[in-house]
Design a binder for this molecule. Structure first.
Ligand code: PMV
Length: 361
């Protein structure tokens, strides 16, 4: 399949105004996407758990107008106009214009809010871009009611990817693969697909407690980080490793081997940060408390034999991953031993989710 598949016909139907609302979750990668080609095409495949509690809720209000040269939209976060968000949306609209032919025929009001605390260091780009892509697809569906659900989700993921790569993994749940590879042959560089193989009971309702270690703005954005993989001394080997880890994860997901699962995800997390530390210029996004927490997790795991593991995003926060059946003791440990390393003792309890939901028609 190529990009052509997502170019819409020019619609003859007339739609004058309306509002659509979607809530879309964040996701956490188990095998990380780090490094991209042009147009947000990933250098390597990735796989993620879709989350449930951490989400963005976006309403798109549209009103037909005479088509003009420029896009016409306003963005509101929690009811407050956010002109500083507009350049990012403008860039997104430019990137998707070829696939969404009616963008300049409407005046849009984009109203958005997140369920997680503002500036918590949790990236809202995956949930935010996927929620907006889904709203645009709901509008497109009004022009083309015959569109199948499969195409709707695929194109929503395709558009979300053009907003922020990892956002393409937030449309559906519970495990999503993005990027061509030899393990999941149905996967695409253009959009995320549901993981198609058997998954052991151990991974159902898997828990993700997000420790808010540092809520400050990142010193180096993901966009800059991805670009530093061009000419990176270890890039090629890292891209191969992502393929190997995805293949290894397939048998682990099927067998339910939690120790092997933890070894893969922790290695992936530290490799992501190792890539940052060995970029030129080099940088470190982990904070002293990130390392304190990782050591505490390792010691607790050794002492108790419980299946607590971690992964990291491009930031200082730690995602603590564990099976639901072990959550009583692990949550006690998090509250007493790990929360003191979080800013203001804050953490968010999340778990695997099934993807985005439309909130109106
Ligand atoms: O979607 P972006 O461009 O913000 O990249 C995010 C990359 C990581 O979160 C670090 C890894 C991933 O696969 O989500």
């Amino acid at each position: 399949m190529t990009e052509q598949h997502f170019i819409s016909p020019v619609y003859s139907k007339d739609i004058s105004e309306g509002t659509v609302t979607w809530e879309s979750p964040s996701n956490i990668a188990l095998v990380k996407y780090w490094g991209k080609k042009q147009h947000q095409i990933p250098e390597n495949p990735s796989i993620s758990f879709t989350l449930s509690a951490c989400k963005t809720i976006t309403s798109l209000t549209f009103q037909k107008k005479t088509a003009t040269e420029n896009f016409d939209f306003e963005v509101y976060l929690e009811g407050e106009r956010k002109p500083d968000f507009e350049p990012k949306i403008e860039t997104f609209f430019k990137r998707i214009e070829a696939y969404v032919p009616f963008l300049k025929d409407f005046k849009f009001k984009i109203e958005t809010k997140n369920t997680f605390p503002h500036s918590s260091g949790i990236a809202s780009s995956a949930s935010g871009m996927s929620a907006l892509a889904l709203c645009l697809m709901s509008l497109e569906k009004q022009f083309n009611p015959e569109m199948t659900r499969e195409f709707f989700n695929q194109k929503a993921s395709f558009l979300a990817r053009l907003g922020s790569g990892s956002a393409c993994r937030s449309i559906e749940g519970d495990l999503i693969v993005w990027g061509e590879n030899e393990t999941v042959t149905a996967a695409s560089d253009l959009f995320g697909v549901k993981y198609p193989f058997p998954v052991h009971e151990n991974f159902k309702n898997y828990q993700d407690t997000i420790l808010l270690i540092d809520k400050g703005e990142k010193q180096v954005s993901s966009t800059v980080g991805h670009n530093l993989m061009h000419g990176h001394p270890f890039a090629e080997r890292r891209f191969e490793q992502a393929h190997e880890n995805l293949a290894a994860l397939k048998s682990v997901l099927e067998s339910g081997d939690l120790d092997a699962f933890i070894a893969i995800i922790e290695s992936e997390a530290l490799t992501l940060h190792a890539m940052m530390m060995t970029s030129m210029p080099y940088y470190i996004l982990m904070k002293p408390n990130t390392l304190e927490v990782l050591n505490k997790i390792w010691a607790f795991r050794k002492e108790t034999g419980l299946h607590i593991g971690f992964t990291l995003d491009a930031g200082a926060n730690v995602h603590v991953l564990y099976p639901k059946t072990e959550s009583e003791n692990i949550l006690k440990f998090i509250t007493t031993e790990l929360a003191p390393y979080c800013q203001n003792g804050q953490f968010i309890c999340d778990e695997i989710g099934m993807g985005a939901k439309q909130l109106n028609n």
